[in-house]
Design a protein around this ligand. Structure first.
Ligand code: PHE
Length: 456
């Protein structure tokens, strides 16, 4: 195999390349592992009745998430540009149409919309670092922990402040660029987060309610499953894997030629899914041990884990470390959410990376006020899916990401010729065939079925 430099015919990305295969896996894992695993997965699973939802989610991850992720990476690496330009270029190269650029465009928009609320929740985790350090949870009861959460989110100024700080942090890293910024932020976070989740798991096992938590998560009651909850599971699979919006495509553009896309995708999917399942296993026993309800919504993790920390030896320390890590996880995900928009602006409008990042960051910060106010001043202003936060979340996770994913697998499976995809994935027999069957038939039909049945 030629080295990357000698490989003169191959494109290079304007933004530089990952320094190694491991750096890429870390970056995509950093983007995938975030609030989606620890904050969102447990509360969505709780709202949708547990077991059956979790099963559908796992099926979606394997049969749809995995082929979509591979498709995104291979498209990104082949185009070596931002998602808009890459889709346009490959659309032309493959003899189709440059209109495929709109798939990239929808991704840019989805990233901006998602980060507008993601940053608000990430702000909560920043606030919880402070609460942890000051020992607010030491020995606290479920009532005290719940009040602490309610009084925090009902103060819109505090929520706005922490949202602002988080956006500042995100802009700072993205502005520094691919190698200096993105890579360094993810190196230690994922392993450290895994260790902390295991500590929490240990506590959950000792709580006496572990069996009940496990039963809730893994005993499927299909009578509770509606098309709405199947769509929620599909949307969660997309959200948690960072797919369907070009984040992984943008990262793929910086991927060296010789890295195995299948191997990298499998590693990311495994890490991401394990952390989500661990989070559920740590949280649901606490829900039952303290007489809370699993379907309580976005406050779930903030109302449960502090209880465990409050009763543990060394709880102040563990709690602080946990919320620091969760903030880091959110931070590395925020980078992925901004990257498509920033890369597009840099390439399309010839701005510097710093200018593009500040501009996108300001827009997202402003939009974020819709979600800041959804938990206090505008909590009772409800339409369609609920508050502004609920609507942005529903529109992005349940509509835009699955739709983006659908178009991406159709592009990779049907529009790109077999040779182009084989060239990127390596035409090594079984794995390539399996990817092609999933990308051409299973994933598109699956996504379409769920979207049509849930939305009509
Ligand atoms: N996957 C991230 C999480 O689980 C969220 C995300 C979505 C990040 C899309 C980037 C792109 O928290």
């Amino acid at each position: 195999m030629l080295s990357n430099q000698a490989d003169g015919d191959k494109r290079r990305s304007l933004h530089g390349h990952w320094s190694s295969r491991m750096a890429f896996i870390l970056a995509v894992t950093g983007s995938a592992v975030g609030l989606g695993n620890i904050w969102k997965f447990p509360y969505i699973a709780g709202q949708n009745g547990g077991g059956a939802f979790v099963l559908v989610y796992l099926v979606c991850v394997v049969l749809i998430g995995m082929p979509v992720m591979m498709s995104e990476i291979l498209i990104g690496r082949r185009g070596r540009r931002n998602p808009v330009a890459t889709m346009k270029l490959l659309g032309q190269e493959e003899g189709s149409s440059e209109r495929w650029k709109w798939v990239g465009g929808m991704g840019v928009l989805a990233g901006i919309l998602i980060l507008s609320y993601y940053s608000v929740i990430a702000g909560w985790t920043l606030a919880y670092i402070v609460k942890s350090v000051t020992g607010a949870f030491a020995g606290a009861s479920a009532g005290v922990v719940g009040d602490e959460f309610d009084s925090f989110v009902s103060d819109w100024r505090l929520v706005a402040l922490t949202h602002t700080i988080f956006m500042g942090l995100a802009v700072f890293v993205v502005a520094r660029g691919v190698e200096r910024g993105l890579e360094q932020a993810v190196r230690f976070m994922v392993p450290a987060l895994l260790v902390l989740m295991l500590v929490l798991l240990g506590y959950a096992i000792s709580s006496g309610y572990f069996g009940q938590g496990v039963a809730f998560m893994f005993t499927p009651d299909f009578s509770k499953l509606t098309w709405g909850s199947v769509l929620a599971a599909l949307g969660q699979a997309f959200f948690t894997l960072s797919i369907g919006m070009g984040a992984v495509m943008a990262y793929g553009a910086y991927l060296p030629e010789e890295t195995s896309i299948t191997g990298a995708s499998a590693a990311v999917v495994t890490a991401d899914t394990s952390i989500a399942i661990l989070a559920g296993l740590a949280i649901f026993p606490l829900v039952f041990a303290n007489g809370l309800t699993p379907g309580d919504g976005p406050g779930l993790v903030f109302n449960t884990l502090p209880l465990a920390f409050g009763q543990m030896a060394g709880g102040v320390f563990f709690s602080t470390v946990f919320f620091v890590l969760l903030s880091f996880a959110a931070w590395t995900s925020a980078i992925g959410l901004m990257e498509p928009a920033v890369a597009w602006i840099v390439e399309h409008f010839h701005k510097t990376r710093a200018q593009a990042t500040v501009g996108v960051g300001l827009l997202i910060w402003l939009l974020g006020f819709g979600s800041v106010l959804s938990f206090n001043v505008l909590a009772d202003t409800k339409f369609l899916a609920g508050t502004i936060f609920d609507n942005v979340d529903y529109l992005t996770s349940n509509i835009m990401l699955p739709l983006g994913g659908l178009l991406i697998v159709i592009f990779a499976g049907w529009v790109m010729c077999r040779n182009s995809t084989a060239d990127e994935l390596g035409n090594s027999g079984g794995l390539f065939k399996a990817w092609r069957i999933l990308a051409r038939y299973v994933a598109p039909i699956g996504i379409l079925l769920v979207l049509i049945n849930a939305v009509r």
